[in-house]
Unconditional design. Sequence first.
Length: 159
Amino acid sequence: MANKTNVKRNLTIVELALAGQTVREIADQVGLTYPRISQILNDKEYKDLLEQGHKRQILSLHHAIDKHDTLIDSEDEKVALGAVQLRYKTIGILPSHTQATYIQTLNIQSNIVIDAATSKAIDDMLEYKRSLLPSTVSPPTDTNVIDVDGVVVSEDRED
């Protein structure tokens, strides 16, 4: 059986993993190698603790969503926009920098040809993003492309 110091350290590792830290972040914080952190998290005893923790997180998810919805409906536009950005990131709608750059390029350059399915997918994603905006944040107009920070990144141009 592991000594008390290792058990305490390993429980801290489980808590950090449940808090969403990566194996590398945990390794840096506790001073172990990331393969060792993976090994600890894959140990049956600690893996069971992780599973129990994830189940508790899932059961309390509706409370977190309610709190988050309150932030999205905030009168403070900065708070509302931050909450929208977090929602996008959490559910995978917020594109990575590379994806955002590609989408912006598609919107700016008229000489890029994309197939109808890709065009529809991009339009659907942008429409869905607009539908998630709270009433306190104005959705992008037809004449502007606005990034998730609320900054106009391009204006439609006449060809």
